[in-house]
Design a protein around this ligand. Structure first.
Ligand code: ADP
Length: 639
């Protein structure tokens, strides 16, 4: 019979397992049992609506049998089973969702060792202890005598052949490796060891894990020892026992489960290698009774901001998983949350469409949203570093939430948002900004641009900085939209440093500038005309101090927004243009020079206008329309 080859990435994982020096080889059992449990979940779910399954909830189980003579360990389940095609596609290839990332991480580190413990590696982990693995499976719904056997002795391939199996389900038979100096594989055939491993890793598996256990009992009568003394007679017998306590981790009392156990559970179940920043345990009674265990990850999965990412919580009702990703349980802005919700109040065989309209589900979802919000706020207040870690991964999601809701989520999200502060030189919450506001400071100032270093030098912000006011440096594309959705925070308005009125001038100062503006009208008009349509206006600045010019905008669209829309590259992008304003500093010697030239040499003055506009573009981080023309103008000036 022809041997089939493993797919290349599977082969690498397999090789890693075979040559693993990992000290916790015992986790292979956890992986195999977890697969068995998933397979039973699937068949159990079908049995709710399909009588043909012929099993009720109490019939499902996982049986562990060790045969010391043959050196085999068998794990049997009466779950959904696999067809020959499924054996091929599931066991010949790594099907795991996180496999890409996992592979990458493995190539990045030579220390692959720990990853195995942290991260479920699935079926192949059997090869850490096995010489040969045999899978005999009969799929639900297949003909009475169709079953298949998958056999592999390692990386040289596998075979699949038809065989006999009476009932639906899967047997995994592991032929233990011979004992080595450092590793007694026969350990894994010992009752005590198996008992300990199952308790340690699989205690919360819902389905009974059954094993024959040897016990001793006293029988009637006595026997006489060599020395003549009488002794009671004991005999060994075996009893089939359920090893696991079967209470899912989220159903257990808070006091009974350590944080480490929760984290471990999270990492295995949701294929993350890092501890979450928070674990939320909720036990609600009232309108709807439910338990939930939620996790806030520290890092976004690699596909998080792509369409591939499936948001939602696992939904259980009375211990049966009815949905893997129930998206209706989470609002869009908290879609990074992972976890489990278990409620007996939901009907078992409810369809997905009905579930969406389920009143109970809505109540749960709205409670969860409040709890998640409270947890994040708590984290922000009590553990800044952790919150920053979280915010760097998911802050963008919170910001989208604010913008997409057209302000509807303002109360929910505004106090979870942070921006980079010019003074603190780190991310701070809006509330901290308002707390730090100086006497007489009217607005929350912000500047948008590429990075904090550049924003720190913006000429138009010089006055604000000199007053000792803090400025939020905003560097995400979406930030300006966030500000518009927020409008205010704690009654304080946001104000861009580009704004004409920064609230810094006295009435007299304002009047003075207006007067100068009128006096210089002809030269300002000249500047505008010289730039032939590139700017909407040239005017005297209210805010420049040591710099001669700056570029600002008027109307609803800023330079950052223009850039954002241009990147979207839609038809509408064309119309999303900022109206540029060239602001001139009337007190700067450059202005005096411009004025002189304007009276003496119009041709030259036009070039000055172009030079000034070019400067303002460079400072604003906008690329020049014609860089070589700009360079020529400078050269001309120098000669
Ligand atoms: P994972 O469980 O993470 O998907 P595995 O390598 O452990 O990865 O298993 C691959 C696939 O093989 C599973 O997704 C499942 O479809 C199938 N499988 C494994 N064990 C069983 C089993 N006991 N019964 C039915 N299907 C199984």
């Amino acid at each position: 019979m022809a041997k089939k080859q493993f797919k290349s990435e599977s082969k690498r994982l397999l090789d890693l397992m075979i040559h693993s020096i990992y000290t916790h080889k015992e986790i292979f059992l956890r992986e195999i049992i977890s697969n068995a449990s998933d397979a039973i979940d699937k068949l159990c779910y079908i049995s709710l609506t399909d009588d043909k399954v012929g099993l009720t909830r109490d019939d499902f189980k996982i049986i562990i049998t060790a045969d010391k003579e043959k050196r085999t360990l068998t794990i049997s389940d009466n779950g959904i089973g696999m067809t020959a095609e499924e054996l091929e596609s599931n066991l010949g290839v790594i099907a795991r969702s996180g496999s890409l990332q996992f592979k990458k991480d493995m190539t990045d580190t030579n220390e692959d060792v720990d990853i195995i413990g942290q991260f479920g590696v699935g079926f192949y982990s059997a090869f850490m202890v096995a010489d040969k693995v045999t899978v005999i499976s009969k799929a639900y719904g297949s003909d009475t005598d169709t079953a298949n056997m998958w056999v592999s002795a390692g990386s040289d391939g596998y075979t699949i052949t038809p065989c006999q199996k009476v009932s639906v389900g899967t047997d995994i038979i592991i032929d233990m490796k011979p004992d080595e100096e450092e590793e007694d594989y026969c350990e894994f055939l010992e009752e005590d060891t198996l008992h300990r491993i199952i308790k340690k890793y699989s205690d919360y598996i819902r389905w009974p894990i059954i094993m024959d256990v040897t016990k001793s009992r006293q029988v009637d009568g006595t026997e006489t020892d060599k020395d003549g003394s009488k002794k009671k007679i004991w005999e060994d017998y075996t009893e089939t026992e359920v090893i696991n306590s079967r209470i899912p981790i989220w159903q257990r009392a808070k006091s009974e489960v350590t944080d480490e156990e929760c984290m471990q559970f999270y990492k295995e179940k949701f294929f993350d290698m890092e501890d979450p920043v928070s674990v939320l345990r909720i036990s609600a009674e009232g309108t709807v009774t439910y338990k939930a265990m939620l996790f806030i990850p520290a890092k976004a999965p690699h596909d998080y901001y792509s369409r591939e990412y499936e948001a939602g919580l696992q939904l259980y009702t009375s211990g049966v998983m009815i949905m893997e990703h129930c998206a209706d349980l989470l609002p869009e802005h908290f879609r990074f949350v992972r976890g489990v919700v278990d409620s007996q109040d939901l009907s078992l065989n409810i369809s997905r469409e009905l579930l969406q309209h389920d009143r109970q589900l809505k109540v749960i979802a709205s409670n969860l949203e409040k709890k998640i919000k409270a947890e994040l706020k708590k984290l922000m207040d009590n553990d800044y570093d952790k919150y920053v870690l979280f915010f760097k991964s998911f802050g963008l999601q919170l910001k989208y939430g604010l913008v997409n809701g057209y302000g509807a989520n303002r109360d929910m999200l505004s106090d979870l948002i942070m921006f980079y502060s010019s003074k603190a030189e780190k991310l701070i919450p809006l509330a901290d900004y308002v707390k730090n506001m100086q006497e007489g400071q009217k607005y929350i100032y912000y500047a948008c641009g590429e990075n904090a270093a550049k924003l720190d030098k913006l000429p138009q912000a010089e006055n604000v900085r000199e007053k000792g006011y803090e400025i939020f440096y905003m560097t995400d594309d979406i930030d300006e939209f966030v500000v518009r959705s927020l409008m205010k925070f704690e009654d304080k308005e946001f104000r861009s440093v580009n704004d004409d009125d920064l609230g810094l001038e006295s009435e007299d100062e304002k009047k003075e500038t207006e007067k100068l503006e009128t006096e210089n009208k002809d030269i300002l008009d000249f500047v505008k005309d010289s730039l032939s349509g590139k700017i909407a206006a040239a005017k005297l600045s209210h805010k420049l101090k040591s710099h001669p010019v700056c570029l600002t905008t008027q109307g609803g669209i800023s330079l950052e927004m223009e850039r954002y829309f241009a990147a979207l590259n839609t038809e509408a992008s064309e119309n999303m243009k900022a109206e540029r304003v060239l602001e001139l500093n009337v007190n700067h010697p450059v202005f005096a020079a411009l004025k002189d030239t304007f009276t003496s040499d119009k041709e030259k003055a036009k070039k000055y206008a172009e030079l000034l506009y070019g400067q303002s573009q460079l400072i604003a981080g906008v690329s020049l329309d014609d860089p070589s023309h700009f360079a020529d103008l400078i050269s001309e000036l120098m000669v």
